[in-house]
Design a protein around this ligand. Structure first.
Ligand code: R5P
Length: 227
C-alpha cells in the first residue's frame, strides 16, 4: 500500500469521529487533504459542522468544497481538531510545520478540547528530531535569531526556500528548518526556543495530541492514545 493510500485511510477514519453539530479545527497537509474531502462528502449528505482552518491552503480547499468555516475569534472553543504531523513519538509529542502552517495550527490546537493526529506509519519515531524542526521567525534580523537557536545545540539551520525565493508563512514570517537530529527534552526545547527574541513559534507540539490514528502499509489502522 502506498503512503497516499495509507494517508487516505487515516483521513477517512478520522472523519468517522466527527459528530453532528461539532465545531472542528481542520489541519493542513497531504493527509488532512483526504480528511477534508471525506468531511465534505459527509456535509453534502447532511452532517452539520463548522470548521476553523489551520492555514490559507486548508481554507481555500474547504471553501471550494462548501465546508462552512468560521473565524476562531467568533467561537469560544473547538470540539475537536484533526491534523497531520511530521513526527510522532511514543508520548504523542509531535513535530509539525513541514508545510509551514505550525503557528496557526498551534493556536487552533490550543483552542480545541481534543486534538487527534492522522498519519501514515512513516511518521512514528522513538525520538523527535530527525525531521528538521520548523521554527517560525520574524523576518527582521533573522540571522540573529538563527544564532540564538544554534546556541541551543543546532549547527545546521536552513532558511526555508520555495521555488522562486524565500518561503513566507501565512502570517508573513520566515521558517528556519533546524536539524537537531535528536531532541532529548522536547518540552524544554520548546520553552527555550520560544524565549528567543524573534521566534514566533516552533513546531514542537507537546502534550497537545490526545490520540493518533496511524494507517499501515498492510491496510490496518491503529489508534494510539496518549499514555
Ligand atoms: O505545516 C504543516 C503541517 O504541520 C502538516 O500537518 C504536517 O507537515 C504533516 O503533513 P503531511 O500530512 O502532508 O505529511
Amino acid at each position: 500500500m502506498s503512503n497516499d493510500i495509507a494517508k487516505q485511510k487515516a483521513g477517512e477514519y478520522a472523519a468517522t469521529l466527527v459528530e453532528d453539530g461539532m465545531t472542528i479545527g481542520i489541519g493542513t497537509g497531504s493527509t488532512v487533504y483526504y480528511f477534508i474531502h471525506t468531511l465534505a462528502n459527509k456535509t453534502k449528505e447532511g452532517l452539520h459542522i463548522t470548521g476553523v482552518p489551520t492555514s490559507a491552503q486548508t481554507a481555500q480547499l474547504a471553501r471550494s468544497l462548501n465546508i462552512p468555516l468560521v473565524d476562531l475569534n467568533d467561537v469560544a472553543q473547538l470540539d475537536l481538531t484533526i491534523d497531520g504531523a511530521d513526527e510522532i513519538d511514543p508520548s504523542l509529542n509531535l513535530i509539525k510545520g513541514g508545510g509551514g502552517a505550525l503557528l496557526q495550527e498551534k493556536i487552533v490546537a490550543a483552542a480545541s478540547v481534543q486534538n487527534i493526529i492522522i498519519a501514515d506509519e512513516s511518521k512514528l519515531v522513538q525520538n523527535l528530531g530527525k525531521f528538521p524542526l520548523p521554527v517560525e521567525v520574524i523576518t527582521f534580523a533573522w540571522r540573529q535569531t538563527q544564532k540564538h537557536i544554534a546556541q541551543l545545540g543546532c549547527s545546521n539551520i536552513v532558511l526555508r526556500q520555495k521555488q522562486d525565493g524565500i518561503f513566507i508563512s501565512d502570517h508573513g514570517h520566515y521558517i528556519l528548518d533546524c536539524h537537531f537530529e535528536q531532541i532529548d527534552n522536547p518540552a524544554l526545547l520548546q520553552q527555550q526556543l520560544n524565549n528567543i527574541p524573534g521566534v514566533v513559534e516552533n513546531g514542537l507540539f507537546i502534550n497537545m495530541a490526545a490520540k493518533a490514528i496511524v494507517a499501515y502499509s498492510d491496510g490496518s489502522v491503529k489508534e494510539f492514545v496518549k499514555p
